[in-house]
Design a binder for this molecule. Structure first.
Ligand SMILES: CC(C)(COP(=O)(O)OP(=O)(O)OC[C@H]1O[C@@H](n2cnc3c(N)ncnc32)[C@H](O)[C@@H]1OP(=O)(O)O)[C@@H](O)C(=O)NCCC(=O)NCCS
Length: 144
């Protein structure tokens, strides 16, 4: 398995995997979002590719600056194909994301994970993340 940056030709596979994460996406939406993220200095979409050349997982890492806490990097999304789980692809993507962030000088790497994803929490803790706090996410619809 290898880890590399996503390409437009990965769009179909990225969209299918996004559906497995619970965020269905059309291939064209994947292309449109990749186009924006690839021109961003503070984002990267990394993919795990099998020896046969199939995209089996992706990770979105992004850098951010908060007035109150300063800069940090975050895993904004991570999914590995159901057929490829528990073979190390998730850990390899997280390590590649951490390297991307460290190379750019971010002092910390964080991830927010839905409280229902208990197996994912154990996965992150094994990779050195520690629980910091529990949040409530509130959303307001904007009509224009
Ligand atoms: C969490 C996830 C990215 C891990 O990828 P992976 O390639 O299976 O990870 P690794 O092989 O490096 O590590 C395996 C560990 O991941 C965790 N894991 C395995 N299957 C999982 C699943 N369906 N859901 C959540 N965690 C899982 C387990 O802790 C597993 O350890 P085990 O094999 O000893 O049981 C992957 O399981 C996944 O895509 N889950 C669904 C989406 C998700 O929860 N994403 C994280 C959002 S914050």
């Amino acid at each position: 398995m290898t880890i590399r940056e996503a390409r437009f030709s990965d769009a179909q596979a990225l969209a299918v995997l996004s559906g497995q994460l619970g965020y269905p996406m059309q291939p064209q939406e994947a292309v449109d979002r990749l186009q924006v993220l690839q021109t961003s200095d503070t984002d990267a979409i990394l993919v795990a590719e099998s020896e046969e050349g199939a995209v089996i997982g992706w990770l979105h890492v992004c850098g951010a600056l908060r007035f109150e806490t300063g800069p940090y990097a975050e895993i904004a999304g991570l999914v590995v194909d159901e057929a490829w789980r528990s073979q190390g692809a998730g850990a390899a993507l997280v390590e590649a994301g951490a390297e991307w962030a460290a190379d750019r000088g971010y002092p910390t790497f964080k991830v927010r994970s839905n409280v229902i994803r208990e197996r994912a929490h154990a996965f992150y803790e094994r990779l050195g993340f520690t629980r910091s706090k529990t949040q409530v996410v509130l959303v307001r619809r904007l009509d224009r």
